[in-house]
Ligand binder design. Sequence first.
Ligand code: FAD
Length: 601
Amino acid sequence: MSSAELVNPRDLSFQLYEVLDAQALNRRPRYAEHSRETFDAALETALQIASEKFAPHNHLADENEPHFVDGRVQIVREVQEAVQAFCAAGLQSATADYECGGMQLPELVAEACWALFQSANIATTSYLGLTASNANVIERFGTPAQRRKYLPGLRAGRFFGTMVLTEPQAGSSLSDLLASATPLADGRYAMRGQKIFISGGDHELAQNIVHLVLARIAGAPPGVKGLSLFTVPKFHVDDQGQVGERNDVALAGLIHKCGWRGTTSTMLSFGEHGRCIGELVGQPHEGLACMFHMMNEARIGVGTGAVMLGYRGYLAALRYARERPQGRRPGNKNPREPQLALIEHADVRRMLLAQKAYVEGAFALCLYAARLVDEQRTGEDAAARDDAGLLLDLLTPVVKSWPSQYCLEANSLAIQVHGGYGYTRDFPVEQYWRDNRLNMIHEGTHGIQAMDLLGRKALMKDGAALALLGRAIGATLAEANGFERLREYGPALLRAWDAIVRTVGQLRPVLAQDAQLGLANASAFLDAFGNTILAWTWLRQALAAARALPRAASAEDRDFYQGKLQACRWFFRWELPRAETQLALLRDLDDTTLAMAPAWF
Ligand SMILES: Cc1cc2nc3c(=O)[nH]c(=O)nc-3n(C[C@H](O)[C@H](O)[C@H](O)COP(=O)(O)OP(=O)(O)OC[C@H]3O[C@@H](n4cnc5c(N)ncnc54)[C@H](O)[C@@H]3O)c2cc1C
């Protein structure tokens, strides 16, 4: 398949180099050996493996989901070949230090590489993404012995990793987790409990699977403050990293899903025979903080995955709309005249423009978040690093949730552009929609992210994070003011931002006194906040386009920049205005949903 079906390569280079100035990172000591050439080489390798090894079995794995054969999980053969090619190219340790065998790439470039795999095949990529995040947690919180034991295997793709939180009775509410860990005389723990929905929980793609499990040490306090984190390998591993006997982790069942079918989803049983051994990672009762380290990265990954499913659908819809002739202009009833391509109809352009605005806007947001990770790690001074961390913390719920909602909507529009054909399994767009439907559910549901944003993040550090974001938006507005064609956007963005700040200010005391009332409309806040942030990311893109347009070297480049400016205009005129209505309802403490008694349904 053509790699241009995975992403618009012109857009990728625009986002990296013209909007986010990836090359500026080369001035940092950590990335000094890199250059635009090495970044492009990594992206080129990723694009090649993604299009040759991942994309071709995307549909096959969807149609042949993992199943039991003689008590073992069987997965289509192509998945193994793909993950091996990925690991052989060193991509599993793209951001790791040179001395650990890594490429020491900036997070921004690594995230762009991941994005290409997610576009090609989100299900196969999940095994690798989970493993990378798992390794990062062990690197950060593990003991030197744990790092020696697990990291080389995880980084080389010999071991795969999972994250194990959810239990049948405790999904969103982690404070109700019951899995237990009983201390043993040798310092390790006997694990026991049932977990559900564990992605990549069993397979034979690697020599071993290292589960990172949240459980409660006997006698721990109730709630999330009593949760600790453990490594629980499928096969025991000795101090030299050699794989030994089977641990007491059993596959209790496979889950059959709406989409994302290529990834095994498992129910796991720990300690059925009383012989499941785990090792503590980090401090007792601080498991959730360690796990959040993994989940925050995973959430940027979820947002980017949602973007790329939407992006792939958009590119498919665009191609279809250019190729399929159907109908004539309104008012032309002459059947002897040739039919027009779908893209000539204004309503089809509306659907394409909405998709473009959602997916390219959200792509800009996710890459910006990855750039913040780089700032947090390698920023010029401590203040710059702290600021980046604070911004990232505030934006994470939006980075996870906005693409999950709107790029799913993009997938729905891609089906609509295909008409009846889009609803068949002969065209790929229905799979993209099914695959994307997961993203509003896992890694913290949409509703939970909304409450996190309004109830915690917006108030964080006495509003310091919100103020910091306000200053960043102000800087963009000041720059945009220098361009005649962008001036119309300044007042609209400023109004939306002021409305957010006023809303948070008004809700702050309500949240302290009556959290149920204060959080009742949190998802509307997430929507309004997200649309405002997306308007900002569009203005940043429009700025880069307005700067470059006068010196564009070719007609293609001029068209590209005009497309960016038009999508920005669409977003500001059609999407952003909804934010003010929603925020006004929030400020009025509208209790329509809260006051709807369960018995009235
Ligand atoms: C395909 C797939 C893969 C997954 N992979 C993993 C994995 O690898 N590891 C892992 O640990 N878990 C995994 N999960 C589990 C996932 O994280 C949970 O499904 C999710 O956290 C929601 O939990 P739940 O399904 O129990 O839904 P519930 O928590 O019961 O939520 C149901 C609905 O109620 C809402 N709700 C719940 N509580 C509240 C509240 N207090 N206030 C307002 N609304 C609320 C939710 O937003 C949601 O809309 C996966 C799930 C799926 C479907």
